[in-house]
Design a protein around this ligand. Structure first.
Ligand code: GYE
Length: 306
């Protein structure tokens, strides 16, 4: 394989593999843990030198960073795409420069030959798990009004977590999403959007489905300020399983969090080395995840690493 053998010459001064990594931003607890995992794993790996760039949740920054990595002739480009579409051109540029690309955390909608592998979670499945938890724990034939706090518009986790959740509730006519809006995966936006939902539908909201824990924590604050009891008057379900979510579950304010593992650093370093060595890697390297709620949060808390 010609491209594999030409990939195999490392550009680093001391023979290290130079990796350009473009991160989404620092929008959530999940992201902070993900960044730390990637930096720590690179630091611990004598074969890898990491160039890290933060896109601040903007695709244009990310495309600039990738172009700059191409210009610097890094050995491998890795990135967590802010949104799902619009990367075709820059991925083609990387391919033309013969620089392999690895996706972490989020997928893109592009010709799969433009990247080697995607390391990350099954977000559709996470959405399904959230809905199933709700059906099992908010059991009733009466109408259940759900408000949804979506992640970043156009991002893979926002699209997929919505799709998975809707797929499960569509056969249960009394469960309805009455409002759905983006909170951009942040606490501040989650709180702001929840305040607006409460203003218009306050007394009628039964469930909050938040695409991540940070937005759920923002929503909890909004609900308390509105004078209702989060976790009791309104059931709150979110995704990630970060420490802040465990604390909220132990306080009884968050009902459940579906795990999404951010500790992708080691798998990423391995994939980088495999790709450089011309080895075949699976197109999707999936992460294993669980479900936590108020019944097991306190027991699991000491074992949590993020
Ligand atoms: O759930 C959210 C973060 O892409 C899986 O991005 C990630 C998501 C995560 O901001 O907290």
């Amino acid at each position: 394989n010609k491209s594999a053998s030409s990939d195999a010459s490392s550009g680093g001064k001391d023979g290290k593999i130079i990796v350009g990594f473009s991160q989404v931003g620092a929008e959530s607890e999940w992201r902070t843990a993900n960044t730390k995992s990637i930096k720590d794993s690179a630091e611990a790996d004598s074969q890898i030198e990491l160039k890290f760039s933060d896109a601040q949740q903007k695709q244009e920054n990310q495309i600039k960073a990738i172009r700059s990595f191409i210009a610097q002739k890094v050995d491998v480009i890795a990135f967590s795409p802010v949104v799902q579409t619009g990367f075709d051109t820059v991925l083609q540029e990387a391919k033309a420069a013969n620089i392999p690309v690895i996706l972490t955390d989020r997928a893109v909608d592009a010709d799969p030959s433009l990247y080697k592998t995607m390391i990350g979670s099954d977000f559709v499945e996470e959405g399904r798990k959230a809905a199933k938890w709700m059906l099992d724990n908010v059991k009733t034939d009466k109408p259940v009004n759900i408000v949804e706090l979506q992640g970043t518009v156009g991002s893979a986790p926002a699209i997929d977590r919505k799709a998975g959740f809707e797929e499960v509730i569509k056969d249960h006519a009394n469960y309805k999403i009455i409002k759905s809006q983006t909170g951009d995966f942040t606490r501040a936006k989650g709180k702001e959007v929840m305040e607006a939902f409460l203003k218009s539908d306050g007394k009628n909201i039964n469930v909050v489905y938040a695409h991540n824990d940070d937005m759920a924590i923002g929503a909890i604050q909004a609900i308390e300020e509105y004078g209702l009891k989060p976790g009791k008057d309104i059931t709150i379900i979110s995704i990630d399983g970060v420490k802040g979510a465990f604390e909220a579950m132990m306080d009884g304010k968050l009902n459940a969090s579906i795990e999404c593992n951010p500790l992708l650093g080691e798998q990423l370093m391995q994939a980088i080395k495999d790709v450089k060595a011309g080895k075949e890697v699976p197109k999707w390297i999936k992460t294993e995840e669980g479900i936590f709620d108020t019944t097991n949060a306190a027991k699991e808390f000491p074992n949590r690493k993020y």
